[in-house]
Structure formats: structure tokens, C-alpha cells
Design a protein. Structure first.
Length: 134
């Protein structure tokens, strides 16, 4: 049974459950979408339904168990966003190095070395993200 089912069985709206439990409506919405509740939130909602926290967790537990993978998905997305940031920084850095070469005659081998090392780090970052499946 989901939190939404429990709420509807009582005939409550999200606003009513939020008021009774002392939890924000936004939190109720997030929990109904599968987000894992904090312990204090579980206590407040369990008290609103008149059950113990163990009973509440067992009734709603089937719903929230699959969502344990959601935080991992968010972390993976942040990893790929970090990779894009890495690419952007590399592009700006290499452009800056070529500007230094043109204006101040920085050694071409130095620029090539930095570009290759940065490229290697970028590839290592991408491989790390691609292989992270746990």
C-alpha cells in the first residue's frame, strides 16, 4: 500500500495530511512520488495515521524500496554533468594556452603536453563514469 493509498483511504487531501502530520505539502508530494522519507517525517506521518513507525514503514515499505535506486541515478547524472563541466574547462584552458603561445611565444611542446594530459584526464573521467554501474 502506498502513502497515496493510505491517504485516500482516510479521505484526506495532501493538504489535510500535511496539516495533520505537521509536514509540508511539498514533502507529501515528494513522498507520494517515491522519495524516501526522513525518520522524523516517518514519525510524523505515522502519528497522523495513528500507527507505529514500524507499521507505517512496513505498509509503505514496498513502495519506497524500489526508489532506493533514484539517488544513485541522480549521482550518475551529476557525474555526467561534471564531465561536461570538465570538457568546458578544458576547452577554455586550451584556448587560453593557444592565446599565450600566440602572444607570448610559450613553447609549443608545453602546450601539447598540457593538452594531452588534460585529454587523458577527460577520457579517464568518461571511462570511470561509463564503467560505474553499481
Amino acid at each position: 500500500m502506498t502513502l497515496k493509498d493510505m491517504r485516500r483511504a482516510k479521505g484526506w487531501s495532501q493538504d489535510q495530511l500535511a496539516e495533520i502530520s505537521g509536514v509540508s505539502v511539498r514533502t507529501i508530494q515528494r513522498l507520494e512520488k517515491g522519495e524516501l522519507p526522513a525518520l522524523e517525517t516517518q514519525k510524523a506521518i505515522a502519528a497522523a495515521f495513528g500507527v507505529t513507525i514500524e507499521e507505517f514503514a512496513s505498509q509503505v515499505g514496498e513502495e519506497t524500496s524500489p526508489s532506493a535506486a533514484k539517488p544513485k541515478t541522480a549521482v550518475v547524472r551529476l557525474g555526467w554533468i561534471g564531465l561536461l563541466g570538465h570538457v568546458g574547462i578544458m576547452m577554455v584552458g586550451i584556448t587560453w594556452l593557444f592565446f599565450l603561445n600566440r602572444e607570448f611565444g610559450v613553447d609549443r611542446e608545453t602546450i601539447n603536453f598540457v593538452a594531452y594530459m588534460w585529454g587523458f584526464a577527460l577520457v579517464a573521467h568518461a571511462v570511470h563514469l561509463a564503467m560505474d554501474k553499481e
